[in-house]
Design a protein around this ligand. Sequence first.
Ligand code: ADP
Length: 398
Amino acid sequence: MNILVINCGSSSLKFQLIDSGTENVTAKGLCERIGIEGSRIVYNKEGQAKITTETPMPTHKEAIALVLSSLTDAQNGVITSLKEIDAVGHRVVHGGEKFKSSTIINEEVLKAIEECNDLAPLHNPANLIGINACQELMPGTPMVAVFDTAFHQTMPEKAFIYGIPYKYYEKYKVRRYGFHGTSHSYVSHRAAEILGKPIEDLKIIVCHLGNGASVCAIEGGKSIDTSMGLTPLEGLIMGTRSGDIDPAIIDFIAQKENLDLQGVMNVLNKESGVLGISTFTSDFRDLEEGMKKGDPNALRAMEVFAYHLIKYVGSYIAALNGVDVIIFTAGLGENDSYIRQVVCDGLTCAGVKLDPVKNNVRGVEAIVTTDDSTVTAMVIPTNEEVMIARDTVKLVTK
Ligand code: ADP
């Protein structure tokens, strides 16, 4: 089957056309600056060079129309008609407590996703716009929603309840939800496959380290805790997000800097993390360059980031009462041997013994610990799109 996977952001749209039989990506790409001047589509047919076209995309509907015309283009397309797209899998960020797994999209589901807009005002409305635009342009094609939060719905209450009045959970569903679920699920299953062990027997900690970053504790294939919370702001220090802070800082900064609540939230989401600490970049490649030159700003940002990450992994070893596998994934986790080394070296007390030679890898599946290490640390490139395609096939062929 040909599955179109769509990931809509507020001003961007990523897509992949996946052949579910081989799991090959026949074409993929990205629409950027939707609704902003200078919008463009980058289209990449398997085995060919990327084609970038600047063209106006006032809304997501034009973006999806362009994706569909690129896929069916006589010269560079990969299908001859839209009928060859058997189903569409949509990434949806927030499924609240309603969605514990992926689901076929119908009117009722759309309404339920809309009801989660409050919980993810930056993400869910964009996801819905993408779904609506696809439905308009491809009527009759089955569509599936795959939620970032669904994998974490197995968390026990003790892990998802905050230390605030319980009535806020009852009235507004304020609780930990967690994100990156599709990624945490994919890499943990892949680890079990590579190790040839049933996932039911494994205690796994996944470090998903991209621009957004989260850690997840997985027991028997089920998420039992994760570092992101009601929103993706909680947990690890990230590219531009603060992660955990003393909540009293919000009021303190608001008063000192004469900011309103929204102003402070903007600082915490967009001006904090390693960008805020380093004062110059949210990109870990720049931080590594800076460290090589002995830049104290880069050193400080990397040190604080790594320290918090080690503490999180350590706390999840306690939550799981042990750990068999630690997985590094996403941009930084897959590519940055330095951060993997710092984290593993900080966890030698837990039986993690890094092999510096094996750790010298980038973007490929690998075990990076020594043969006699009690805990196996691995690099596993994430593949959220293939998970979305698999769930889509499963649901539409049911
Ligand atoms: P997201 O999907 O959250 O936008 P990615 O998983 O693509 O993020 O990760 C992006 C981050 O990964 C970048 O901010 C960058 O710091 C980091 N990264 C990517 N490649 C490398 C690399 N070769 N070395 C170090 N860090 C890298």
